[in-house]
Design a protein around this ligand. Structure first.
Ligand code: ADP
Ligand code: MG
Length: 600
């Protein structure tokens, strides 16, 4: 009896603090967000000893009068919500009314705040929940909050803090996230009196990335802007060849708030698939704007996660936009020739150099004339237009014309039955025929299948069904993947005990030996069982199909075949890396040649 008690308010606040205030960086986040909500145009952040000793945030926002100041530190005190209905329409960074109460429960806090309504500013001090009186003092409009000795009365929490340097890294990360999303606010960050960042207003996200990461990197990012339906997107994307070894450099913002979201991450991963090397992660900055009614931010104490009403729509919109952007750029790898006078490093590069020289001689002596360009579709216009109609228009163009009518470079030569040298406007390309063809087929298959789960490849009855043997385990796998086979246009039938026969096969993959493909496919399916989702599995299988259907290295191609390959490359424009992320073509500019031959 009498064992149950209602906790006193200070204990409640300390428990709440456990959720939102994990370390100094959380304090910085909450205070700076409050300054933003107060309409500040300038926010200065000072930290000492990684913020463990002191965090001071100074803003020029609307400030608070003495009465509000005392209230601000009460639990559930907020000026940002009036009724529960407002929860559905949140446009401020804060709304839970618990940050200040939580911080004041676990540190010594001093605030000075002034607003335009009163002549004097007000000062308020709270030491781990123990409140002083609000006193008048002098001060400008705006708010200065100092948070000292975080967790000093809570040894168990303090023990979890890391070194000042590590804590400072976390503060920089929080500062970075906020600074990227609020380029209209001038911001500085100091550590132990040393200025780490000074970010003026008037610069865009790219300049901020330049100041916060690296100027070179910022310069190289691709830019994407789009507004469609309820989603406005502005993004900066790294080029596929500049991938990073981990996924840390993916920044997603929704209505000015940094978020983590598995749908957004998946969309980005998918958009770069096949363009970036498999163990690399793209560096991306995605800024999304959506009406607040279309998602819920009230699902996580620090609001780092949100719940979209229609996450599938967001996923597919982002995927389409980013992919479209990546495919609109010239992804051919720029050739790196050895500097003149310098010996090539290896026998391999010696060989390549010799073949190139040999090929060049032949190339210019043969000087073949290809077919005149036919109808040409202007992709550049579409790359600039970001609406879906344009994407559809482009896809329809592919449907009708792809792989047939785009103009091919007019002069080319196959060497070693493996590489094609093709003249371009300002130099020449060396194309890896297998890698390029593989890429073309892969993209074609993806276009037909990956966007629509009901789509299937056209199937063709084999004149003579091909039979083969399967183990019971393999039969299991087949049963489990009936759908996938169906989508690929493959039809199998039992043909006797343990024997199956291929009745139909995709007409698109007519170059493949059906049984050989099926056996390999069963291996992939067995390998991936339960480990990857059906979408990734489909891509793996398409990858396999493309590899098998593509022309091989060492295969002699006739002029018509080469023509076709090169015009497909132009038509698809997305062909510079095969599904494994290897380049499909290397570009040489005339300028490079002139340098090599010492003509300049
Ligand atoms: P929330 O931000 O969720 O409303 P907080 O505990 O962070 O809750 O802040 C409580 C209230 O204090 C805010 O709603 C706001 O009215 C006021 N406030 C906090 N920081 C500032 C500031 N820097 N300038 C002006 N008002 C502030
Ligand atoms: Mg707040």
């Amino acid at each position: 009896m009498g064992r149950i008690k209602i906790l006193d308010q200070n204990t409640v606040n300390m428990i709440a603090a456990g959720e939102v205030i994990e370390r100094p960086a959380s304090v910085v986040k909450e205070l700076v967000e409050n300054s933003i909500d107060a309409g500040a145009t300038e926010i200065n952040v000072y930290a000492e000893d990684g913020g463990i000793k002191l965090i001071r945030v100074v803003d020029n926002g609307c400030g608070m009068d003495g009465e509000d100041l005392a209230l601000a530190f009460e639990p559930h005190a907020t000026s940002k919500l009036k009724t529960s209905a407002d929860l559905l329409n949140i446009s401020t960074m804060g709304f839970r009314g618990e940050a200040l109460a939580s911080i004041a429960a676990v540190a010594k806090v001093t605030v000075i705040s002034g607003c335009t309504d009163s002549i004097e500013a007000a000062r308020y001090e709270i030491d781990c929940g123990i409140k002083d009186d609000v006193r008048p003092c002098s001060g400008d409009t705006g708010t200065t909050i100092e948070v000292r000795n975080l967790f000093y009365k809570m040894p168990a929490r303090k023990k979890f803090l890391r070194t000042a340097n590590t804590e400072m890294t976390h503060i920089i990360e929080q500062f970075t996230r906020i600074a990227l999303a609020h380029t209209d606010i001038s911001m500085t960050l100091f550590h132990n009196d040393r200025q780490l960042y000074r970010l003026p207003v008037g610069e865009g996200a790219r300049e901020r990335i330049g100041s916060l990461f690296s100027a070179d990197l910022a310069q190289s990012l691709l830019e994407l802007q789009s507004t469609e339906r309820n989603l406005k997107l502005s993004a900066l994307l790294c080029r596929p060849q500049n991938g990073r070894a981990n996924a840390k450099f993916q920044y997603f913002f929704l209505n000015g708030r940094y978020i983590r979201d598995k749908f957004l991450s998946a969309a980005v991963r998918e958009a770069y698939r096949g363009l970036i090397e498999p163990d690399k992660y793209p560096m991306v900055f995605l800024f999304l704007q959506m009406p607040p009614q279309n998602f819920d931010v009230n699902v996580h104490p620090t609001k780092i996660e949100v719940r979209f009403d229609d996450s599938n729509l967001v996923y597919s919109q982002i995927l389409a936009l980013v992919r479209e952007k990546l495919l609109s750029i010239d992804l051919d790898v720029q050739a790196k020739l050895p500097k003149s006078g310098q010996m090539p490093a290896s026998q391999e590069s010696q060989d390549i150099k010799q073949s190139i020289t040999g090929a060049m001689v032949e190339f210019f002596s043969q000087n073949r004339q290809g077919e005149a360009p036919q109808r040409h579709f202007d992709f550049s216009k579409i790359a600039k237009k970001s609406d879906f109609a344009a994407v559809e228009q482009r896809d329809r163009f592919y449907e009708k014309n792809a792989l047939q009518t785009a103009p091919a470079p007019q002069q080319y030569l196959q060497i070693h039955d493996s590489y094609i040298i093709a003249q371009t406007e300002d130099g020449f390309l060396i194309v890896d025929q297998h890698a390029l063809h593989e890429r073309i087929i892969y993209e074609d298959l993806c276009r037909r299948l990956a966007s629509d789960s009901a789509a299937r490849l056209e199937s063709q009855k084999l004149l003579i069904p091909e039979s083969f043997e399967l183990t019971p385990a393999q039969v299991q796998i087949l049963e489990a993947n009936k759908d996938l086979l169906d989508r690929l246009g493959i039809e199998l039938e039992p043909f006797g005990p343990g024997i199956w026969a291929v009745q139909s096969f995709s007409s698109l993959l007519s170059g493949i030996k059906p049984v050989e493909f099926l056996i390999d496919m069963l291996d992939v399916l067995a390998d991936s069982a339960g480990r990857i989702d059906s979408e990734r599995l489909l891509h793996k299988i398409l990858d396999l199909a493309a590899c098998k259907a593509a022309v091989k290295a060492g295969q002699k191609l006739n002029p018509a075949e080469i023509d076709k390959l090169l015009s497909d490359k132009n038509a698809i424009e997305r062909v510079s890396r095969c599904p494994h992320g290897r380049p499909t073509a290397i570009k040489f500019s005339l300028a490079e040649l002139e340098k090599q031959f010492k003509r300049t």
